[in-house]
Design a protein around this ligand. Structure first.
Ligand SMILES: *Cc1c(COP(=O)(O)O)cnc(C)c1O
Length: 387
């Protein structure tokens, strides 16, 4: 049997995979098992921040791998606290809890918000407002937080206490936040899986105002847009807000599983011994890789992300077959006249790896993709959209 046959025979059928078997890569290029070359415009869904087999990241990871791969959280170990200090220095947050995925980072935020609200405003205050079309993960509780019924339907009952407000609709948000039982508002500043839709600044300011008025915690889900992808270190930094809790994962590890929940001063002491934990959380190898990623997300790199974003948007906008381009930084969605799946298939055939988000072609290139490769890929996308 070949890989595809083993996969369909033995792997639970939850993924509709593209018919491509990736075996290796270097930087922003990937190769399949037949030696075909692809330009990578998806970074393994915003994970491979500096592309594939990036030398600095590989060095950081292998040095730690050769020293000590795991300690358990019963002992001290160098990488995780160093990574936490970098995250706090760069964001102004005060404390970090490490886990292994975006869903777990959000679970931790939800637990923290419930405990904070229960202590401060009483145990009946536990509801969390999220937005329609949001995506926060696949566990029963983060599914409940996800404002998309398609993901809910076969898994009821979900964790209770989530209320969905319409994104970019201030009146709806005000109405849903009017009760005294709201612990937190959780949102992605750019909805990723929901179709690469940025929240507008007025709406984000309204979220911040309501949260201040009523001591409702602000939870920014930065799992996809975070870690440099927006052109700022975290997506919320493009808006005039300071969240109480920031969650991230995907690109933080540069290719290894890690999740992080960052707490601002107000909530830094909400957890005490035994309140939360994770066997693998803050794993030394994942953390060593993440340190090397965080250290490189400097102003110069972030500026180049914005420049590449401007280039893609201006190159694609108004082209034949392209209705609109949405998103921020190097997280962009193309609304195409043709069915997006067809455009994606043609891009793959022509050697450019892109993925889908709702009805859009989604672009998530490595943040350091060379300009020549990006231009080549954009030309191929344009020809796939018009043809
Ligand atoms: C991918 C994603 C998640 C879930 O992350 P996992 O690592 O798959 O659990 C949560 N929130 C957002 C915004 C995401 O894009």
């Amino acid at each position: 049997m070949n890989t595809k046959e083993f996969d369909s025979k033995y792997i639970a059928g939850t993924y509709a995979r593209f018919p491509i078997n990736l075996v290796s890569g270097k930087g922003s290029l990937l190769y399949d098992n037949e030696g075909k070359e692809y330009i990578d415009l998806m970074s393994g869904i915003a994970v491979n921040t500096f592309g594939t087999a990036d030398e600095e990241w590989v060095l950081a990871v292998t040095e730690q791998l050769n020293r000590l791969q795991h300690t358990s959280n019963l002992f001290y170990s160098d990488p995780a606290p160093r990574l936490a200090s970098l995250l706090c220095e760069k964001t102004g947050m005060k404390k970090v809890f490490f886990s292994n995925s975006g869903a777990e980072a959000n679970e931790c935020a939800i637990k923290a918000a419930r405990k904070y609200a229960a202590l401060k405003k009483g145990k009946d205050c536990y509801k969390i407002i999220t937005l329609e079309n949001s995506f926060h993960g696949r566990t029963i509780t983060t599914l409940a937080a996800t404002g998309q019924e398609v993901f809910h339907k076969d898994f009821l009952p979900l964790t209770e206490g989530f209320i969905y407000a319409k994104a970019n609709d201030i009146e709806d948000l005000k109405q849903k936040a009017s009760g005294e039982d709201i612990a937190a508002i959780m949102f992605e500043v750019v909805q990723g899986e929901g179709g690469v839709m940025p929240l507008n600044p007025q709406f984000v300011s309204a979220i911040a105002e309501i949260s201040k008025e009523k001591d409702i915690l602000l939870i920014a889900d930065e799992v996809q847009i975070g870690n440099g992808r927006s052109g700022k270190l975290y997506g919320y930094m493009n808006y005039d807000i300071t969240p109480d809790i920031v969650t991230t994962a995907k690109g933080l590890g540069g290719g290894l599983p890690i999740g992080a929940t960052l707490f601002a001063e107000k909530v830094e002491s909400v957890f005490s011994f035994g309140d939360h934990g994770s066997t693998f959380g803050g794993n030394p190898i994942a953390a060593a890789g993440a340190i090397s990623i965080m250290e490189r997300l400097d102003d110069e790199l972030l500026k180049s992300v914005s420049e590449k974003s401007d280039y893609i948007i201006s190159a694609l906008s108004g082209k034949k077959g392209i209705k609109s381009v949405s998103g921020m930084g190097l997280m962009l969605g193309i609304e195409t006249e043709k069915d997006a799946s067809l455009v994606i298939k043609q891009c793959h055939e022509k050697g450019v790896l892109v993925i889908k988000a709702k009805n859009k072609v989604r672009l998530l290139p490595p943040l350091n993709i060379p300009m020549e490769l990006l231009k080549k890929a954009v030309d191929i996308i344009i020809s796939a959209c018009e043809g």
